[in-house]
Design a protein around this ligand. Structure first.
Ligand SMILES: [Fe+2]
Length: 220
């Protein structure tokens, strides 16, 4: 398992054993053929995302050095100077009982098509926060970020339900992602922070655009 839970001792008792979690995962692989269906990647042939019913919440990944507070409220990060392979990312935020959560803060930040962060706070390029809709859904219009030294392409995000704890994690891309000449499979394999639990499920590349899906599952 590649999970990096820092607080595994707080998991709910009915999903407390690893044996239970594995059994559910194995049972779910059979129906994991649809992109975006939200199954865990382990044992499956397609890169898929965690699902609330597998008994696990979305694991944390390090914040890294480039988070900036007070990002603009926006769902479209394709602002001036940001271009590349387009990514339309959609999904839901659930609690571990599979209930969709509205009004959850999602604060995204990412590198651009050159693998660079805008670390000034003049324009907050590649940064934006939003709140999930009442049905738990969200949409992010952005680009596929390029890799940078030591890191495979990834999108950072902080997730927080009202008055809830903050989940800080990173979303990753399947190995066959085509953008900027990257060998994403090799980059993923070499990245110390890469985990399959937070892989975005990508559809086909069409007209320079990917549709991606990722569902968050948070303790709430
Ligand atoms: Fe980063």
């Amino acid at each position: 398992m590649t999970e990096k839970h820092e607080d595994g001792t707080t998991r709910r008792s009915f999903m407390a054993t690893g044996a239970t979690a594995v059994a559910v995962t194995a049972a779910g692989v059979g129906i994991a053929g649809v992109a975006g269906s939200g199954q865990r990647a382990q044992g499956a042939t397609l890169p898929l995302t965690p699902q609330c019913t597998d008994g696990d919440d979305t694991p944390p990944v390090i914040e890294g050095p480039y988070f900036r507070r007070n990002s603009p409220k926006r769902t479209n990060l394709r602002t001036t100077g940001v271009s590349g392979v387009l990514l339309s990312l959609t999904g839901f935020v659930y609690n571990i009982r599979c209930q969709p959560l509205g009004n959850v803060l999602l604060d995204f930040w990412q590198a651009d098509q050159r693998g660079q962060y805008d670390n000034s706070t003049a324009q907050y390029r590649g940064r934006g926060h939003q709140f999930t809709n009442a049905d738990g859904s969200y949409t992010l219009e952005t680009i596929v970020p390029k890799d940078y030294p030591g890191r495979t392409p990834h999108i950072h995000v902080k997730v927080q339900a009202p008055n809830g704890p903050i989940l800080t994690t990173q979303l990753y891309f399947p190995g066959d992602t085509k953008a900027y000449g990257m060998n994403v499979a090799q980059l993923n394999a070499r990245d110390a922070y890469y985990i399959t639990d937070t892989l975005i499920a990508l559809g086909p590349l069409t007209s320079n655009r990917y549709a991606g899906k990722f569902d968050f599952v948070i303790k709430r």
